[in-house]
Design a protein around this ligand. Structure first.
Ligand SMILES: Nc1ncnc2[nH]cnc12
Ligand SMILES: [Zn+2]
Length: 325
């Protein structure tokens, strides 16, 4: 039982957090044809990383107005709070907003309204990390960084890159990360998920990030693990996502514990909950039941998340002070 453990989540894609029910509801609002998006049980239909990304893009495309995005963050952050989370960060994507015909400002304001409403209703604190999509290419990632730097928003506190890490090289995104870093944003990048240890090394060499999205495959290179420990890099581990996408056969085989025991600062998140059958509560539950983490170790994981959060120091201190000693 982990319901009493205070939780925090650093790695969840807001479009990937939309439940099938919400996608059907918002899709109906706009008369969107969703044929083929769901399987016989009503879940999103996908079978590998590429088909997952396609389903993700189709589901994302039903969200078209600021109100739609407000409903999305309100529903996601309310569900986080219901599972005992006190803090969450979501990846947002101006490319997906543009594809839906919305300006970045309207998109972010809609999302922010849902975050504020969820905080008012439950107390949960939320922030956003603007992301570029790697397989859309370096030009669009640069444009995403310029947009977020030129149109600051108090709840957008980070910048990152998601998408297919098998495409391009981190040096291709170095300018984007420099611009975002100079704008005062926290930096994270997906690496070491479908790319091996070299992908993580390249990200660390070129992007100046304090966190890596996934980074789990660093475990395949002891020297890299040592570097991550020495540099204090935080890994946003997502065991349920890794199992669903076939990196590990089950959570018991996931190196979360090995990385933590080696001294890596590890955190846990759900990534794209309805696609992967994950949730923040399920992730903490798996760490407890399948990997044998004690309650103290689970709370330490939350502490690491709050220490690494892209949030102002006063809020960080308040959240940390709320954890059991
Ligand atoms: N697991 C994942 N890896 C890379 N990009 C993503 N975008 C959404 N989920 C992702
Ligand atoms: Zn992710």
């Amino acid at each position: 039982m982990v319901s009493h453990i205070p939780k925090a989540e650093l790695h969840c894609h807001v479009e990937g957090a939309a439940s099938p029910d919400l996608v059907r509801k918002v899709g109906a609002r706009h008369g969107v044809d969703l044929t083929g998006l769901f399987d016989a049980k009503g879940n999103f239909a996908w079978h590998d990383f590429t088909s997952f990304l396609n389903a993700y893009d189709r589901a994302a495309a039903v969200f078209r107005t600021p109100e739609d995005y407000r409903d999305l963050t309100f529903s996601y952050f309310s569900s986080l709070a219901a599972e005992g989370a006190i803090y969450g960060e979501v990846f947002i994507s101006s490319d997906h907003a543009l594809a839906s015909g919305l300006s970045y400002r309207d998109y972010v304001e809609g999302l922010a309204q849902g975050i504020r409403d969820a905080e008012a209703a439950t107390g949960i604190v939320g922030r956003m990390i603007a992301t570029g999509v790697r397989h859309y290419g370096p030009d669009r990632i640069l444009a995403a960084a310029e947009t977020v730097a030129n149109e600051p928003h108090p709840l957008v506190t980070g910048f990152g890159v998601a998408g297919d890490e098998r495409m391009y090289h981190p040096r291709d995104f170095a300018d984007a990360f420099r611009i975002a870093g100079e704008a005062g944003l926290g930096l994270t990048v997906h690496a070491g998920e479908f790319g091996g240890p070299q992908s993580v090394r390249d990200a660390l060499d070129h992007l100046g990030v304090s966190r890596i999205g996934h980074g789990v495959r660093a475990i395949e290179d002891a020297g890299l693990v040592q570097r991550i420990v020495e540099e204090g890099i935080v890994l946003e581990l997502c065991p349920g996502s890794n199992v669903a996408l076939g990196l590990y056969p089950d959570v018991a085989s996931h190196p979360f514990r090995k990385l933590g025991d080696a001294g890596v600062r590890v955190t846990v998140s759900s990534d794209d909950p309805p696609y992967f059958g994950s949730s923040i509560g399920a992730e903490y539950g798996w760490l407890s039941e399948d990997l044998g983490l004690s309650d103290a170790a689970l709370i330490a994981t939350t502490r690491t998340s709050l220490e690494a959060a892209f949030v102002d120091e006063a809020t960080r201190a308040r959240l940390l002070a709320s954890l059991p000693a």
